[in-house]
Design a protein around this ligand. Structure first.
Ligand SMILES: Nc1ncnc2c1ncn2[C@@H]1O[C@H](COP(=O)(O)OP(=O)(O)O)[C@@H](O)[C@H]1O
Ligand SMILES: [Mg+2]
Length: 213
């Protein structure tokens, strides 16, 4: 976290400020928080561009997703989102656990962020074959305009710019997600799915080296 952030936060807590000064300080705090989030994402992206060496460990995506959902319990409850995790059975994969964690955090974060303001729903499904895994994350929310769909994975691309700004995104989450999927020789897609839900699908080879052989 930047120094500006800390200084602002301290002033906000310790000083007797007029409402307008406090307001402007809160705005600066928000901007500073957003900047630090943006810088973190940019660093991630450039790091991944340089480093195509992946950690290669055996892990279970079903455990990973369970852990992420646990971390988001409070956020989900606060937004009144009902979650249906159908992943259940084990989804073994050999890959980079830190990057795969980041991938699914970004996708679940979007499924929460772009959900309905109330009464929202998220469904997660997992399938496996001998060689591949398929993960589907479905969320309620406004349909994505068809003309935006081909651009969603571009850096800084956001649908409904002003609304997304309020929702606080940087437009880098899916660019990072796609990079991670490609590093694992997989594929990712977002479509307007069945039952008015937005569907994010990730296909991953269970062992990207075996796949290439
Ligand atoms: N699960 C989803 N449901 C609805 N819209 C989505 C979803 N995931 C991504 N989007 C749209 O794609 C845009 C790009 O996503 P992302 O790269 O994660 O950027 P952001 O930082 O804005 O979240 C978002 O601004 C949003 O409009
Ligand atoms: Mg995002």
């Amino acid at each position: 976290m930047g120094l500006t952030f800390l200084v602002l936060q301290e002033q906000l807590m310790s000083e007797n400020l007029s409402p307008s000064a406090e307001n402007s300080m809160i705005k600066q705090l928000e901007t500073s928080r957003r900047m630090s989030h943006l810088v973190k994402n940019l660093l991630d992206l450039s790091r991944m561009e340089q480093q195509d060496i992946l950690d290669n460990v055996q892990m279970d995506l079903s455990v990973l997703i369970g852990r992420i959902l646990d971390d988001y319990t409070d956020v989900l409850a606060a937004k009144g989102i009902r979650i249906r995790n159908h992943v259940g059975a084990s989804l073994p994969v050999t890959g980079d656990s830190e990057k795969l964690f980041r991938l699914f955090v970004n996708l679940i974060d979007n499924a929460i962020r772009y959900n309905l303001p109330s009464g929202g729903e998220i469904k997660i499904k997992g399938k496996k074959s001998k060689t591949d895994l398929c993960l589907e994350i479905l969320n309620s929310g406004s349909k994505i305009p068809e003309q935006d769909i081909p651009h969603l994975f571009e850096q800084f691309y956001r649908v409904e710019k002003s609304r997304s700004l309020i929702l606080g995104g940087s437009g880098l989450g899916l660019a990072i997600a796609r990079k991670i999927v490609i590093l694992h020789n997989g594929r990712i897609e977002i479509t307007n799915g069945p039952d008015q839900m937005i569907q994010t699908t990730v296909w991953l080879p269970r062992n990207r080296y075996a796949e290439q052989a």
